[in-house]
Design a binder for this molecule. Structure first.
Ligand code: ADP
Length: 551
């Protein structure tokens, strides 16, 4: 240390007073440094977690109170000069020093998890940050570490992971149960709906009315089951499948469904379809159908006089392929007070409870509608006034298919059923119907025969393959859930059989339970289109018209 005297002038000796003053000044400086060091020591000793610094050979140079007490000492000064291996077992010491050496050798900071012990001598996991310890000149002389006990956090993470795995297994089991139950319930119900629809084409007068009511009730029950299943599915995030479909037909299906109820209440049901809309769009038909189903169902339920109007508008073009459509369902019913307009979209909210017996319902319809609309990237608004009526507006993005399917025309204002195309005037369509369920078989065969098809039936994949020959059928209508050879596997084998054929046949799959992935997989098996069961008259007609345009 060099000492320089403040008032010293060259050639002049300092006086005794000067030297004394200097001495006092330096003593004060040393005192202040000592105080600073002591304060630093106190701060370090009280730092949370374990703080320590070691020399290159692993000798502890300093630590905080926590580390000292973990090693069984009262003060950090008691462990200075000792080696870590004296406190932890050989194995742990090896792991710790390996990390210390890595930090020193690489001359860089390391963040890692380490094993050690806590204050109760129990094994613990630490999150450690190690940095090289340097002199002022930058020379690495050891390592500084800060370690935090994260044992509880780790335990919690592990518990959460196990809980998540368990809930995933449970949710998978729930989805499987739903898929099975959906199939098991919908199959017989499809039979009831299919047969009652066939009857509506064969009966007259009073019996026709009975058949129509049976059909409407069957459809309503089907929709109720769908609603319950969908509510469960929303949680397991299964989405609708996008497909090419006819917008107007979707609205007419809804109209047909509600016509008996509308007539019995002496209401008017108006349908307006914007002529600017394309006939076919790509989007979720099921999503649009179920949205309209719930909104029109409510409109009919909550309207006692006046009318219900369904508008399908072309809202705007987004790009060459993308458009925004708008569906409006308007009624002149009881209306909804403004303070209730938000809550009715919540799950299980009903403004008039069903036990009062005025209206039935479970309070999930609008929750499902809102969730579906959001999942289809659309939006829903409500305008309503008590006793004046309600207007639900839904805007939905859709795509325009590159090749439009032939279909019915969109007339501007229609309150009639769509104009029908006479399939009977055209030549027979040869169909191989592959269906193992005898009721579905009977319904589909009768339906297709009435639409001028020559139908051969196979009740298994094997029989279908035995019957199939290239150029023998225009259409293979294939159920997917078949015993032994499933529908998709049978489709692959059919495509194999006709690989040299002039014109491959059309294969349309029928299923009661359709998911997005399933649609992709089925198409990869050589299936051209996938339809949801039950196959009803209008859908079958649309399918055959499409087929004829391709024959
Ligand atoms: P619900 O099965 O009870 O019809 P929703 O979720 O479809 O369940 O509807 C929730 C509530 O919103 C209904 O119970 C009714 O109080 C009210 N609501 C829905 N639509 C209408 C409407 N068009 N007119 C009047 N009130 C309606």
């Amino acid at each position: 240390m060099s000492i320089s005297l403040v008032n010293e002038t060259p050639g002049q000796k300092p006086s005794l007073d000067d030297l004394l003053a200097l001495l006092q000044e330096k003593e004060a400086e040393i005192d202040s440094l000592k105080t600073k060091n002591e304060i630093l020591d106190i701060i370090i000793s009280k730092l949370p977690g374990n703080v320590y610094w070691k020399s290159l050979d692993g000798t502890i140079l300093g630590a905080n109170d926590n580390l000292a007490s973990i090693f069984g000492f009262e003060s950090p000064s008691d462990i200075v000069g000792k080696l870590t291996e004296e406190f932890v077992g050989e194995q742990i010491n090896e792991l710790l020093s390996e990390i210390d050496h890595r930090c020193i050798d690489l001359d860089q900071e390391i963040n890692t998890e380490e094993f050690g012990y806590n204050i109760h001598k129990e094994p613990a996991i630490y999150l450690s940050r190690k940095m090289p310890l340097r002199t002022k000149a930058g020379k690495v002389i050891g390592v500084v570490g800060v370690s935090l006990d994260i044992t509880d956090r780790k335990k919690m993470e592990e518990e959460l992971k196990i809980a998540k795995e368990k809930s995933e297994i449970a949710s998978l089991a729930k989805s499987e149960f739903l898929a099975n139950m959906s199939h098991d319930v919908k199959t017989p119900l499809s039979g009831i709906i299919g047969i009652s629809e066939l009857l509506t084409h064969r009966l007259a007068n009073e019996n026709l009315e009975l058949a129509k009511t049976l059909l409407a009730s069957g459809k309503q029950l089907y929709n109720f089951i769908e609603n319950c299943l969908e509510l469960a599915k929303i949680e397991s995030t299964q989405l609708f499948v996008n497909e090419t479909f006819n917008l107007a037909n979707t609205v007419y299906e809804i109209k047909e469904l509600f016509l008996p109820a509308v007539n019995s209440k002496n209401l008017l049901l108006n349908i307006y379809i914007d002529p600017l809309l394309p006939k076919n769009v790509i989007g979720s038909q099921a999503g649009l159908y179920r949205t309209l189903l719930n909104l029109v169902g409510n409109a009919v339920k909550f309207t006692e006089k006046g009318s219900i109007s369904i508008y399908l508008n072309f809202l705007k073009k987004i790009s060459d392929q993308d458009i925004m459509i708008q569906c409006i369902v308007e009624d002149t019913g009881i209306g909804i007070a403004s303070e209730n307009q938000k809550i009715i979209f919540d799950r299980f909210t009903r403004l008039i409870p069903s036990y009062k017996g005025v209206h039935d319902g479970s309070g999930i319809g609008l929750y499902i509608v809102k969730t579906f609309v959001e999942k289809m990237n659309g939006e829903i608004h409500l305008e309503s006034e008590l006793d004046q009526g309600s207007k639900f507006t839904v805007n939905l993005p859709m795509q325009i298919p590159s090749r439009e399917l032939p279909n019915i025309s969109n007339d501007r204002v229609l309150t009639q059923t769509p104009p029908s195309t006479n399939l009977n005037d055209q030549h027979l369509i040869r169909v191989l119907l592959v269906e193992d369920n005898p009721i579905a078989q009977q319904i589909e065969k009768t339906l297709l025969s009435s639409l001028n098809c020559a139908v051969e039936v196979a009740d298994s994949g094997e029989k279908a393959l035995a019957l199939f020959e290239p150029n023998k059928y225009d259409l293979v209508l294939m159920d997917i859930g078949l015993p032994e050879i499933q529908g998709d596997a049978a489709a692959i084998l059919i495509r194999e059989k006709e690989k040299d054929a002039e014109k491959p046949c059309t294969i349309i799959a029928l299923t009661a339970h359709l998911t997005d992935n399933m649609q992709k997989d089925l198409k990869a098996s050589g299936i051209n289109e996938v339809y949801c069961k039950p196959l009803l008259h209008d859908k079958a007609k649309q399918m055959l018209l499409f087929l004829r345009s391709n024959i």
